[in-house]
Write a protein that binds this ligand. Structure first.
Ligand code: GLC
Length: 432
């Protein structure tokens, strides 16, 4: 079969984001920030206080970092050496779900199972040493309400997590209880931060002129340093970092596929921006759009962002890789012209994502600049989509140029690889 050209064009156009649309997104994003600064409840973003500002860069010592925010949990032992330098002394990582073996994130799982598993990873990282005191920074990458740096209550699961008994609870209390069950009393959690905050701390430890931290991976979210907020219970300099939880940003127009996917997601109505841009969801939208091109009333939910990346990267004449993925996962043998359309569709979904994310960064840059000049700055980003997905970085830059004009020269994005681990160690150092 050959795809209907009109239908193809109409699907592609649903994924396009013009400069005007981006300008509107950036403007609305900034407005929501302003509203949220006055009253977080009136903004579509949660704008959560982190009780931490920027590090000095001279923080030193050995700290544990728990990085818990996706299906892979990591525990690291860091030595912070000051002057932006650090070393990983030990690193343990395990998935929270292995199909057919165990699942600590699905509906049937409990908080005890999940935190016992994490306590075991911590035990592996300290190699069973139950005497020496270890201070632990915890990167917990879900919306959490804090009233100081160490107390964070999970507001709501995101990223399709559904483990029972965690929403509404103080996560470090659950962690402490699990450590205790395992006989570990020498690991002392002292800080909980969001992964975006971790990325910002990590990047600011090493560079100057970084005020924004972002994750562009399975999930998507951004934080920034708000100079007007100071709190006696906070640590660090320059004001307070706000975790925007901008995955929940709502003032933008979802297309037909976005709306249809949202309806069948774990939490309909929530995280609308994240569902349009992040790795966990882009492949779902892609799978739905492919079904439409095939005139099938179904949803291919078995595609991954890695598949999309490979599809986009295929430069072979007959699109062999695209063909292989389409026949393995969709069960169709398509002619090259249709494979090319599938490739273009993947690119369109990714480009829209990168442009919308860039517009959200511009909203923050405008907000920080206020009436004044835009300051030279780097937006620190971590995450597989930013790091590895073709077309993403160049399209962020292009959108910056469209929205910022000459000022785009003052702004760039930098990869802060592994920031969600290092940032937790830095937060622990700042707290003690
Ligand atoms: C989700 C979480 C948020 C996190 C982001 C990236 O949006 O709600 O807290 O920062 O994923 O991991």
């Amino acid at each position: 079969m050959a795809f209907d050209e009109m239908k193809f064009q109409s699907v592609i156009s649903e994924f396009s984001a013009t400069t005007e649309m981006l300008r509107e997104v950036a403007t609305n994003f900034r407005k929501d920030l302003q509203i949220g600064l006055k009253d977080p409840k009136s903004s579509s973003m949660r704008m959560l206080k982190s009780y931490v500002g920027l590090p000095e860069g001279n923080e030193k010592g050995e700290f544990l970092a728990l990085d818990f925010g996706g299906t892979n949990v990591r525990v690291l032992r860091y030595r912070l050496e000051g002057e932006g330098q650090s070393k990983i002394i030990r690193h343990v990582a395990e998935p929270l779900i292995i199909a057919g073996k165990y699942d600590y994130v699905g509906k049937g799982s409990t908080q005890e199972q999940m935190f016992d598993f994490i306590a075991k990873l911590i035990d592996d990282t300290i190699e069973g040493e139950h005497e020496t005191k270890f201070y632990l920074g915890h990167t917990f990458s879900f919306p959490s309400a804090q009233d100081d740096l160490n107390n964070a209550k999970l507001i709501i699961w995101t990223k399709e997590f559904a483990t029972a008994g965690v929403e509404g609870e103080v996560v470090n209390d659950l962690l402490l209880a699990a450590l205790k069950r395992r006989g570990i009393e020498n690991v002392i959690p002292v800080a909980v931060i969001n992964d975006t905050v971790a990325v910002l701390l990590s990047a600011a430890y090493k560079n100057s002129d970084v005020f924004t931290g972002s994750i562009y991976a399975t999930g998507h979210n951004t934080c920034y340093l708000e100079p007007s907020i100071h709190d006696p219970k906070g640590f660090g300099k320059g004001g307070m970092i706000l975790n925007l939880e901008c995955g929940n940003f709502m003032n933008l127009t979802p297309n037909r596929f976005d709306r249809a996917f949202d309806r069948k997601s774990e939490k309909p109505g929530e995280q609308r921006f994240e569902k349009m841009v992040s790795g966990r969801y882009m492949c779902e939208l892609f799978g739905m759009a492919i079904a439409e091109l095939l005139d099938e009333d179904k949803h291919y939910d078995n595609l991954t962002s890695v598949d999309m990346s490979m599809i986009i990267s295929d430069v072979s004449e007959n699109l062999e890789k695209v063909s292989e993925i389409v026949s393995n996962k969709i069960g169709h043998h398509l002619e090259v012209a249709d494979l090319k359309k599938i490739q273009d569709l993947a690119a369109a979904v990714v480009i829209r994502s990168a442009r919308l994310v860039a517009a959200s960064y511009v909203g923050i840059i405008w907000q920080r600049a206020g009436e004044g000049e835009i300051q030279p700055q780097h937006v620190a980003v971590d995450g597989s989509v930013y790091e590895k997905m073709p077309l993403v970085q160049e399209n962020i830059n292009r959108a910056f140029e469209e929205l910022l004009g000459e000022d785009a020269k003052k702004v760039d994005t930098i990869l802060d690889n592994g920031g969600s681990g290092l940032g937790a160690a830095i937060a622990a150092a700042m707290a003690v």
